[in-house]
Design a protein around this ligand. Sequence first.
Ligand code: PLP
Length: 231
Amino acid sequence: MSSIADNVGTVTRRIQKATMDAGRKPGSVKLLAVSKTRPASDLREAHSAGQNAFGENYLQEALEKIDALADLPDLEWHFIGPIQSNKTRQIAEAFHWVHSVDRLKIARRLSEQRPDSLPPLNLCLQVNINEEDSKSGCVLAELPDLARECLALPNIRLRGLMAIPDPDQPEADLRASFDRLADALAALRRDNPGSDDLDTLSMGMSADLELAIEAGATWVRVGTAVFGARD
Ligand SMILES: *Cc1c(COP(=O)(O)O)cnc(C)c1O
């Protein structure tokens, strides 16, 4: 079994190669290590290999790790799980990024509850790109209005879009799903002049990060390939 530190190196090289193969600028794709269900010691090991951005899905679990790792000065915490409105205050207080906002009510609360002492909260809108019944995310048709309203909120900084495409579809359909998210971001940039902050596509996981990078991903969210299989 390879160590977490080795895995960080392996995944980083996969990202570098895919970035180069896609003809994209070196360093334009970042690794978000998805650490749900993992103990703080695993994150510490990843950090020792140079990883500083971590994605968490469950608030209580995340807050415990944020506390346990408070001695590491350069950590960046990303919330990537479904958000209930009674959890927004703690998210607004403890995280640097939120990838999983899919309705205005949540974005408004995060903006209102973001402490004045912190920079605006980086935010991605989650899109249910394959319109699956079981998945969170807005549908593409809702995106223009939702994005426009989010851009007007003072304490969040709308950065882009996130999606979790159906992993069971054929590769050509998966590729088309990533392309649709990229096209949707391009449309938002076009329709909202001056929104230079819209630079983020959070898409691609352990199994499909190369395809996502080819389609324009800027954050790939990788759990299993960094930390091993989850129980
Ligand atoms: C768990 C999870 C991931 C990571 O998935 P892997 O297949 O383990 O790489 C990425 N994004 C989200 C939103 C997740 O919940």
